[in-house]
Design a protein around this ligand. Sequence first.
Ligand code: NOJ
Length: 583
Amino acid sequence: MTLTSPSTAPAARPSETTDPGAWWRHAVIYQIYPRSWVDRDGDGVGDLPGVTARLSYLRDLGVDAVWLSPFYPSPQADAGYDVADYRDVDPLFGTLADADAMFARAHELGLKVIVDLVPNHSSDEHVWFRAAVSAPEGSPERERYIFQNGWGPNGDLPPNNWKSVFGGGAWTRVSEPDGTPGQWYLHLFDTRQPDFNWDSLEVRAEFESVLRFWLDRGVDGFRVDVAHGLVKQAGLPDWGEEQELLGRPEDGDVADQRSGGLDGDAVKGPPMWDQDGVHEIYEQWRKVLDSYGRPDRILCAEAWVEPAERAARYVRPAEMNQAFNFDFLQCPWKAAQLTAVIDHSLAAAGSVGAPSTWVLSNHDVVRHASRLGLSQDERRPNGIGADDVQPDRELGLRRARAATALMLALPGASYIYQGEELGLPDSTDLPDEVRQDPTFVRSRGVELGRDGCRVPMPWTKAGPSLGFGPSEAAWLPQPACYADLAVDQQVGRVGSTLELYRSMLSVRRGHRLGEGSLRWLEAYADQPDVVAFANDGAQGSVTVVTNLGATFVSPPVGTVLLSSDELDAAGGIPTDTTVWVRS
Ligand code: NOJ
């Protein structure tokens, strides 16, 4: 049996068939990491004119929207998640006019645009933080951030024992304007990313104004960075646990540590995350978005919150529209766990009337083509280096294709990360001296960090920087294996990962799978290594079967729409393969 042949034109866009205001309930959103997508000016860092020039690639891929990681003025201490000015574009990426041109081109192509908003912290080069450092203790300038006196006779000890997500302590001491050692400020991330004080009405008003700035320029929504971090527990009580960007659900930490149940103020979790007070901020933001009279503009929470019922609180009707589903991303390649996570995610989001979202890769985690090529009994690594156990590339890619085929058949919205449509693995041989993730430095190399998943895209096999830009320059070196995975090597080639993605997105759109509802298939209930469900929708049912076991599984009766890899001659579904069947 052969694979589905490459799609030609994508099927009708959802807005032609369904409520256009609800596009986000079933959309596929492509994450562009601007530093690494297309470099138009040849300086080795991607830019907005590069994005604009290549947007038609995404129209042809068949996605509905793009989300761009930050492109604002920034010293780039955390690759742009340290914003110095929320209303402009860093010259590294272009100009405000380039952003406008990019939005306009995306809209011309029928693509929505979501920008990244970073409200938990600014850069230490933000004009407010500079003013705070030059102003005295107790001044209104310091009120916008979290300044405190230290402990001990000379205030030499930090105000509490919180740790930074990137390693080390979460407090840095400033020198007062007269040169004496002074107060400490809180930074849950790098020392160059001071946390805002969300008790300050000025901070609240400022961010509502920033939302309006970008809404006025035509964006369709915001991905909200660290959405669970803005409000801290009053009194900033000690909490000495190590912090990690993605939480540690495999250790059962946050969920188990809560003593007050899922609802209400009595919840006792980490005092810096998921405080109930964050929700009134998002209710206010919802009103800002709604004030434009356009129900199609969205907020998506990046909230590493456990369990799913707590995450669902961010997507109640008066708040945000979506929250990333990190339980799905973190789930090992095991059928029973995948089934449980999918079931739980749909139930939790459904309990507040929200769609579930699905995601397998982003700029903060080892790409799923590499992650799934590692032992599924180990903890997910934060970066892979040359001295570490290397992922099995073939196995990882095969599983990644099957996992994505499973994901894209689920009802709800899906996020895909640039380059996963090429089956890109992480770079696992970056030399230490090129690493830029602050995690690497702050953890003294214990955590390699996220550079491996951020390497520039390969567009062509030949040519400088594999077509990323017009010069050899690339801010992170591309691994040798990227050449054969370049876009020009895959486009139009039957069986390539790129064509598989195009087929999946086309069939998903045509069958309106994002809008369907999920029904588990009893027929496979006695097969512990199989995930099997029907997606029932307006266009009928599509049956989806993923085989994670060692032996072939019989496909359901019907017409095979696509499969993530070849089926056997008799139509059996091999190991690590997903099939979509029209019943
Ligand atoms: C989450 C972002 O995805 C990550 O890249 C960043 O380092 C942290 N938030 C801090 O802004």
